[in-house]
Write a protein that binds this ligand. Structure first.
Ligand SMILES: Nc1nc2c(ncn2[C@@H]2O[C@H](COP(=O)(O)OP(=O)(O)OP(=O)(O)O)[C@@H](O)[C@H]2O)c(=O)[nH]1
Ligand SMILES: [Mg+2]
Length: 307
């Protein structure tokens, strides 16, 4: 029998480094939501790629940062959790920002892990090189080499999908021998209703102003197939205050309509066929500290551990 390899690859980094863009680039599919705002990803997301006898199970994670809210700490804990369960770690660094304070803090935590525990190989991805002069990139690569914890350094552009194949090649070297863990054509194990909620949240992140996205959450309440094979989806957008509800609904309901239209289009691409989407905005002041809501998103309330 042919030998197969399969393993988990945690994609970690500070917020906005381009982790989700990289996941999508590696998969060749728009699975993870992406936005120019920090903390777009809130929960670990598995994306599966099977090439011949190799199965890559990538885990996109929330950006690691100094969390203030319990909800944000649960996000950060999820990211560190992905690392401890992985066979390979891909650390994504925004090469425009380089090794700033946030990235250095994260690398110091990795160095500690590497010196204390058995740690999987760590590949450094220097992302966004489409926006970086070669003259600036070389010192970054040299500095990465001096840090002595990276098993490889790969400069790439996740957005332009340039260099993704090198990641596959390098990661492939470390995949353990294993039966395939998913069907060959599986893209993700994320439930469709959660993906649908993420699609709506992405449009809200992109269409709303700077602060509001952090005060909203989306939940799919109903996800049904109608007799004509079309999909009916009913969602709630939760906000913390009445004023926020007014902004999301917008003048004459225009903002909510735009969010809904764009989200519906994304859902139709993902699910195939017609989608009927109905969104209600609800004021729920404590959604971020609601344990059931966190678990619905796949997060566990923080036990206070922090690196
Ligand atoms: N120019 C350029 N921009 C990129 C590249 N990769 C990602 N971006 C942009 O960087 C921003 C953040 O990308 P995301 O993929 O959402 O980043 P993330 O690391 O997943 O962010 P969080 O989920 O918030 O932690 C988006 O505006 C992307 O379009 C790249 O290779 N080049
Ligand atoms: Mg992300």
């Amino acid at each position: 029998m042919t030998q197969t390899h399969a393993g988990f690859i945690a994609i970690i980094g500070v917020p906005n480094a381009g982790k989700s863009t990289l996941l999508n680039g590696l998969l060749g599919e728009k699975l993870a939501i992406v936005s120019p705002k920090v903390q777009t990803t809130r929960t670990n997301l598995r994306g599966v790629l099977t090439v011949d006898n190799n199965q890559y199970i990538f885990v996109d994670t929330p950006g690691i940062h100094k969390a203030r809210r319990q909800f944000d700490q649960a996000m950060v804990d999820a990211a560190w959790g992905a690392l401890s369960d992985s066979d390979v770690v891909v650390l994504v660094v925004d090469a425009i920002k380089g090794f700033d304070r946030n990235v250095t803090g994260l690398i110091e935590s990795l160095q500690k892990i590497k010196s204390n525990e058995s740690c999987p190989p760590i590949l450094l991805v220097l992302n966004k090189i489409d926006k970086v002069d070669k003259i600036k990139l070389l010192p970054l690569m040299a500095k990465a080499g001096e840090m002595n914890i990276f098993d490889d350094v790969i400069p790439l552009s996740a957005l332009k999908k340039k260099g993704c194949e090198i990641v596959l090649k390098e990661v492939g070297k470390y995949l353990p021998e294993s039966p395939l863990l998913y069907d060959k054509d599986t893209l993700t194990d994320m439930p469709s209703r959660l993906w649908a909620a993420e699609a709506t949240r992405e449009r809200a992140f992109l269409l709303l102003g700077d602060e509001l996205p952090y005060s909203i959450s989306v939940e799919t309440m109903e996800f049904n197939t109608r007799d004509d094979e079309s999909t009916e989806i009913i969602q709630h957008i939760y906000v913390e205050r009445d004023g926020q509800k007014k902004i999301i609904v917008g003048k004459d309901g225009q903002m909510l309509k735009r969010i809904g239209q764009q989200a519906r289009e994304a859902m139709q691409v993902m699910f195939g066929g017609t989608v009927h989407l109905f969104i209600q905005v609800k004021v729920r002041p404590n959604w971020a500290s609601d344990i059931h809501h966190m678990r619905m998103l796949g997060l566990e309330p923080s036990k206070g551990k922090s690196r």
